[in-house]
Design a protein around this ligand. Structure first.
Ligand SMILES: NC(=O)C1=CN([C@@H]2O[C@H](COP(=O)(O)OP(=O)(O)OC[C@H]3O[C@@H](n4cnc5c(N)ncnc54)[C@H](O)[C@@H]3O)[C@@H](O)[C@H]2O)C=CC1
Ligand SMILES: [Mg+2]
Length: 313
C-alpha cells in the first residue's frame, strides 16, 4: 500500500476496504451491504492525527451505517499502513454509541486504555519491545476537613451512616474532576454538616493501594485544616448518623474513632499548643512555565527572603 500523503489520514484506506468489499458483493454482519455507497461521507469522518511521540490518534465520527466487519477490514489495512510508516502506537477513541467497533478492534490487538461517560479509548502498541504508553488515572482523591475553632478548642466530627462501625471522623468526600483540594474540603464539610468554612492548610496525606472503596485502585486521602465561618450544625441525613462540635482533647482520647482521625487530632493539638506553623502545609498559586496554566503548591511556609534569594551560602 502506498504511503499516505499527509496527516496520517486513514479514511482512504477504509474507503478502499469498503469499495473492495462492495465490488465483491459480500455482505456484513448487519446485512447492510450498501452503506458506503449510500453514505460515502461516513467514511470521510474517520481521521488520524500524529502525536509528538510518533503515535496516531483516531477519533471515530459518524459511522452510523458502517458494519463491524467492514470496520475491521479497514482498520486492519490501516494498521499495516501505520506499521510501514513506523508509527509507534494507535489511540482509538470510540463514542459510546459506536461501541460495536470495540470487539473488532480488540480482535486486532487493541486493549482498553480508559473510558469516560460518553466514550472509550483503546490503544495498540506498534513500537519495538513492551508498550511505553502511559496508563490512565491511578488514584481517587478523597478530602476531609478538620474544622477547628481555636477560640473554643472544638473540632467538627461526624459519624458515617453507611459504615458498619459508627466511629467519629472528619467530614469529607471525593474530589470532583478539576476541583482544588481545599475547595473539596470546604464543599464536603458544608454538604455533610451545614458548616461554612475557609481553607487554612493541608495536614496529612494517606495513600492506600487496592482500596475496595476505590474500585480496587489506589486511594489518596487528604485532610485539610479549615477555619469555621458558621457554627450551627445542619447535617446530611443520608450520609451522617451524628455530627457535633467535640472538644479536641476528647477526640484525642476517644477510642471510638479511626486511627487516621486520632493521629490528625493529635497533630492538631500539637499545632494548637505550639503554633500551627509547626504542622501546616500552606498553599500558594503559581504559574506553570510551559502551559500558561496555574497550579497550587503545598509546602511548609518558606520565609520571603528564601523565595527571592538566588544564591545560598
Ligand atoms: N479514615 C477515615 O476517617 C476515613 C476515610 N475515608 C476516605 O474518604 C474518602 C471518601 O469519602 P466518603 O465520605 O466515603 O465519600 P463521599 O462523601 O464523596 O460519598 C459518600 C456517599 O456516596 C454514596 N455512595 C458511595 N458509594 C456508593 C455506592 N456504591 N452506591 C450508592 N451510593 C454510594 C453514599 O451516599 C455515601 O454516603 C476516601 O478517600 C476514603 O479513603 C473514608 C472513610 C473513613
Ligand atoms: Mg463523605
Amino acid at each position: 500500500m502506498p504511503p499516505l500523503p499527509s496527516g496520517v489520514c486513514w479514511r482512504t484506506v477504509l474507503a478502499r476496504a469498503h469499495r473492495a468489499r462492495l465490488s465483491s458483493g459480500s455482505r456484513g454482519a448487519s446485512g447492510d451491504a450498501g452503506c458506503a455507497q449510500d453514505h460515502p461521507a461516513v467514511v470521510g469522518e474517520l481521521r488520524g492525527e500524529l502525536d509528538r511521540f510518533g503515535g496516531v490518534s483516531v477519533r471515530l465520527g459518524a459511522l452510523d451505517r458502517l458494519d463491524a466487519a467492514a470496520f475491521q477490514r479497514g482498520l486492519q489495512a490501516a494498521i499495516q499502513q501505520w506499521r510501514s510508516e513506523g508509527r509507534i502506537a494507535v489511540w482509538l477513541h470510540i463514542p459510546i454509541l459506536q461501541s460495536r467497533f470495540i470487539a473488532p478492534a480488540a480482535s486486532l490487538g487493541f486493549c482498553f486504555h480508559h473510558a469516560e461517560s460518553d466514550s472509550s479509548t483503546l490503544t495498540l502498541w506498534l513500537g519495538e519491545g513492551p508498550s511505553r504508553l502511559p496508563g490512565y488515572a491511578t488514584h481517587q482523591v478523597g478530602v476531609a476537613g478538620a474544622v477547628f475553632d481555636e477560640n473554643t478548642r472544638k473540632i467538627l466530627v461526624v459519624q458515617d451512616r453507611n459504615k458498619l462501625k459508627n466511629m467519629w471522623k472528619f467530614p469529607g468526600g471525593l474530589s470532583e474532576p478539576g476541583e482544588d483540594i481545599g475547595d473539596t474540603a470546604v464543599r464536603e464539610v458544608f454538604e455533610e454538616t451545614g458548616i461554612k468554612s475557609e481553607f487554612r492548610s493541608l495536614l496529612s496525606i494517606r495513600q492506600q493501594h487496592t482500596n475496595p472503596g476505590a474500585f480496587g485502585k489506589s486511594d489518596m486521602y487528604i485532610i485539610c485544616r479549615l477555619q469555621p465561618c458558621s457554627f450551627t450544625i445542619n447535617f446530611c441525613q443520608h450520609e451522617c448518623l451524628r455530627c457535633e462540635w467535640m472538644d479536641l482533647n476528647d477526640l484525642v482520647k476517644t477510642e471510638n474513632t479511626t486511627p487516621i482521625t486520632s493521629r490528625v487530632a493529635r497533630l492538631l493539638l500539637y499545632g494548637y499548643r505550639e503554633g500551627f506553623d509547626k504542622i501546616d502545609l500552606t498553599m500558594e498559586e503559581l504559574p506553570a512555565v510551559y502551559t500558561g496554566l496555574f497550579y497550587k503548591l503545598y509546602h511548609r511556609k518558606l520565609p520571603d527572603k528564601y523565595k527571592t534569594m538566588t544564591l545560598m551560602d
